[in-house]
Design a binder for this molecule. Structure first.
Ligand code: ARG
Length: 463
């Protein structure tokens, strides 16, 4: 029996190499090669620290540094040959380093393990995605604010149950999404602060007997500090879960506006016209312009929710510290991140390019008895009627208008008197949609004045 087929990284006690099926189930190189840049950054920081602390000679450290740069350029240029037999990105990089520089490569792994290495790489990768999500959301928020500014005082129907409720302003509706995505932004920022501790130097699980300097590697990699407990550092993946949770909530918000775009761009609504750049045609129906990007965003969101659930399932019930189950933490996060970034970019493009149809919005704003609440409020104010009674009287007037096939402002004073004798001409002053929105001056309300304040506050915040 020869030892030749056993793994060159950990095969010392093995007499034979793995079965092909074992190799297939064990390997993660097919996907974790996406963390190559992070892996090499972590190794460079580790090698520099080993030299600084005298664990490695400067000559070896320099050979490692140069070798790692070569490996990185090979990976970036696509000439690197990834090997499934070498399992993962960590061992692929180290093996190539050995080809390039020989013996010193074997000293790089002093005082560390793949367990802290993978936790570090993955954290760095997720941190980059958080930064990408933050800038994607900021861009989207700017697009919504720009839309709000164009139509701060344009009227449209506000809905509950997708039934006309009360008139609102277009600017107000756009700014509602700004608030939602603003909270998404702060969720990602919070998560970034919490996750920014370095696992590197936790080694396999217990720390190391070498006099390493974890603060130094933490700083080199942009972490705020080293993680305080080595067991926790290699065992937890809550940073990835926080990313997926924040991504899921953000994705949910994206899906809601995507749905509104699908509805609003339909011939029945015509609230918005999507740009050609973000629409597609039909191969059989020449008149069609389909909101595919919005539909795809609506659908892709499910993958992000799925990834969140999948990672919770992987981590659930795992005893401390590392278990190989945790190798299954990455693919779903990669997929979720890719789809979140794509959905954010597509939504930003659609929002930037779309045109709100002022006339359709205004025509719809007045239909469906949308100012009925204004009428009831007028009865309370002008006739000192209890709100419940006013609600009832207004209901009768709505029924009357419905039976006459007209809207509330089209009723005559005689019509009004047939329901309540004390109503005066003044009532017509509150039945128009513009008056309705202008009157809603309460803080956070839909009045154009308030909306412009919200827009200005966000513009100041965004700088
Ligand atoms: N490829 C592994 C992963 O992604 C690296 C860590 C392996 N550690 C170990 N003890 N087998 O989780």
């Amino acid at each position: 029996m020869t030892k030749d087929t056993s793994n060159q990284m950990w095969g010392g006690r093995f007499a034979a190499g793995p079965d092909a099926i074992m190799e297939a189930i064990n390997a993660s190189i097919g996907f974790d090669q996406r963390m190559a840049a992070q892996d090499i950054a972590g190794s460079r920081a580790h090698a520099a620290m080993l030299a600084k602390t005298g664990i490695l000679t400067d000559t070896d450290a320099e050979a490692i540094r140069e070798g790692l740069l070569t490996v990185l350029s090979e990976i970036e240029s696509g000439t690197f040959e990834f090997s499934t037999a070498l399992e993962d990105i960590h061992m692929n990089v180290e093996a190539r380093l050995k080809d390039l520089i020989g013996e010193p490569a074997g000293r790089l792994h002093t005082g560390r393990s793949r367990n802290d290495q993978v936790a570090t790489d993955f954290k760095l990768w997720v941190r980059d995605q958080i930064d990408a999500a933050i800038s994607g959301i900021e861009a989207l928020i700017r697009a919504f604010v720009a839309q709000a500014e164009v139509g701060a005082d344009w009227v449209m129907p506000g809905f509950t149950h997708l039934q006309t409720a009360q008139p609102v302003t277009w600017g107000h509706h756009m700014m509602a999404y700004v608030e939602m995505f603003g909270r998404d932004l702060s969720r990602f920022k919070d998560a970034r602060v919490r996750m920014n501790e370095s696992p590197l130097g936790a080694a396999a699980l217990a720390g190391t007997s070498f006099p390493i300097d974890r603060a130094m590697t933490a700083e080199a990699l942009g972490f705020d500090r080293p993680a305080a407990n080595s067991l926790d550092a290699v065992a937890d993946r809550d940073f990835a879960l926080e990313f997926l949770s924040a991504a899921s909530i953000c994705a949910m918000h994206l899906s809601r506006f995507a749905e509104e775009l699908v509805i609003w761009s339909s011939a029945q609504f015509r609230f918005v016209t999507l740009s050609d750049r973000f629409s597609t045609g039909s191969s059989i129906m020449p008149q069609k312009k389909n909101p595919d990007a919005a539909e795809l965003i609506r659908a892709k969101i499910g993958r992000i929710f799925g990834a969140n659930t999948a990672l919770l399932m992987v981590m659930k019930g795992l005893p401390l510290t590392y278990s190989k189950d945790m190798q299954e933490d990455k693919e779903q996060v990669f997929d979720a991140a890719d789809n979140l970034m794509l959905a954010l970019a597509a939504m930003e493009g659609m929002v930037k390019d779309m045109t709100a149809n002022r006339d359709s919005l205004e025509a719809a704003a007045g239909s469906g008895f949308s100012t009925a609440t204004d009428l009831a409020d007028w009865l309370v104010r002008a006739l000192n009627m209890p709100f419940r009674d006013a609600h009832h009287v207004t209901g009768s007037l709505v029924a009357l208008a419905e039976s006459k096939g007209c809207d509330l402002p089209d009723l005559t004073l005689e019509d009004m008197h047939s329901v309540h004798a004390a109503i005066t001409e003044d009532v017509f002053g509150v039945l128009g949609v513009h008056n309705s929105v202008s009157s809603r001056m309460s803080y956070g309300g839909t009045a154009p004045t308030r909306v412009r304040e919200q827009i200005a506050a966000w513009q100041a915040k965004l700088g």
